[in-house]
Design a binder for this molecule. Sequence first.
Ligand SMILES: *Cc1c(COP(=O)(O)O)cnc(C)c1O
Length: 434
Amino acid sequence: MEVLRKGLTGVSSLVQRSLVIGRGTASLSATRDLLEQELEGIRDAGTFKSERVITSRQGSSIRVQGQSSNILNFCANNYLGLSGHPEVIEAGKKALETHGAGLSSVRFICGTQDIHKDLEAKIAKFHGKEDAILYISCFDANAGIFEVLLSPEDAAISDELNHASIIDGIRLCKAQRYRYKHRDLKDLESQLQATQKLRQRLIITDGVFSMDGNVAPLPDICDLADKFKAMVFVDECHATGFFGKTGRGTEEYFKLNNRVDIINSTLGKALGGAAGGYTTGPKQLIDLLRQRSRPYLFSNTLPPPVVACASKALDLIMANTDLPQKVLTNTSRFRTRMMDAGFNVAGDPEHPICPVMLGDARLASTFADQMLDRGIYVIGFSFPVVPKGKARIRVQISASHSEQDIDRAVDAFIEIGRKLNVVHAEGKKTASVN
Ligand SMILES: *Cc1c(COP(=O)(O)O)cnc(C)c1O
C-alpha cells in the first residue's frame, strides 16, 4: 500500500513537472504514457501484484478461475471460517430484508439503525471497554482517530513496522511524531523519556504484525506506559476473534486485563470477513470521535447486512470458545510438522500466521506457483513488502481447515521443498535462512 501510494505520488509530481516546464500537455495521452512508465517500473522491479479470481464463496476450499478442481485456501484472513458460515450468511440475508441494502446517509444525518447501536455495544462488551464506534473499515478507524485525539502538544510514539493505515493516520494528525524500532523496548523507553514534558503520549502498535506473525511485547509496553504515564493504542486486526483463550486478542493472550486503553480492529478478517472497523475505549474518546472523526462524519454508514453478519460472528465467538482453540490446534499441527520437516517457520508459535522463510524472492514465487499446481493456495511475499533476502510464503491457518487439509498443505510443502532443495529428506534445512 505504502509503495503503491508513493508510486502514485511520483506520477502526479511527474505530471506536474511536465506541465510546469511546458513539455507535453495535460492531455490524457501524456498521462497514459506516464502511468505506463510507472507500471513498467513496478513490473521491472518484480513487485507487480496480479490478482487471482475466485468464483466461489470464501472458505477453506474455494474455486479459482483457471483451475479445474477445488483449491485449499491458506492465504485468507478468515481465521475462524466465519466468512461463509451458514448462520452468518443467514443473518446478513435477514437484515437485508428487515433493514435494507443501505442507509444512503452518514451516521449523524439518518444513518444510524438499532443494529448499528447493538453492534457497537456488543463490541465494547466483547473487549470489556466503555463504548465503541463503527467505521466502514479499520483503515478508516486508523485514519480518523489520531487527528481527533492528539494535538501539537502531544506525542504519537509508533512502532516503525505498524500497518500502513496507522502510518497514514499519524500523518494526518498534528501531534509530534516519534517512531521506535520494531518491538524495541529500549528505544521506546528513550522516546518516552524524551517526550516527558508533552501533554499526552500515545504508544501505538499493532498487536500482531501481519508479515512476521509476531506479537508486540504488550506487557512490557504497558509497564512502560504506566511508568511514563502514557496511553497504549493497539491495532488488533490480526488478533480479534481468535487470538487469546476466548478470542479477545493480544490483551487476553498476555492476560493484561484491560491495560490497553484503546483498541482499533476490523470486522473484515475473523469477524465474518465482510467489511467494517471500529475503535473501542474510553467513553469520552468515542463521543468525541462521533463529533470530529472525518472518515466517520463524511463517509456512508456500514450497510445493514454487513452489520448483521459481523454481529452474528461475534455471537458465535462469544458462545463458542472452541473456535479459537481450533485455530490453535491447527496452527500447532502445521508448525510442528513443518519444523520437523526442516522448514524455518517464523512468528509466534501460537499465532496462525506462519511465515515459511525461504530467503530468495524468485524461490518464494516459484514455490507458491507449484503449491497452486498441487491445489494449495499460498502467496510468496518478497521485497519491498518484506526486507530484501527475507522472502517467504505466508501461510494462514483457519479453524475451518480440517486436519487433512493441514496435512495436505504440509505434504505439498515437503514435496516441493525437496524438489527445490529447501529441505532434505531427513528433515534438515539445506541453507540457513532466518
Ligand atoms: C487489515 C488491517 C487493517 C485494515 O483493515 P480493513 O478493515 O480491511 O480496512 C488495519 N490494520 C491492520 C494491522 C490490518 O491488518
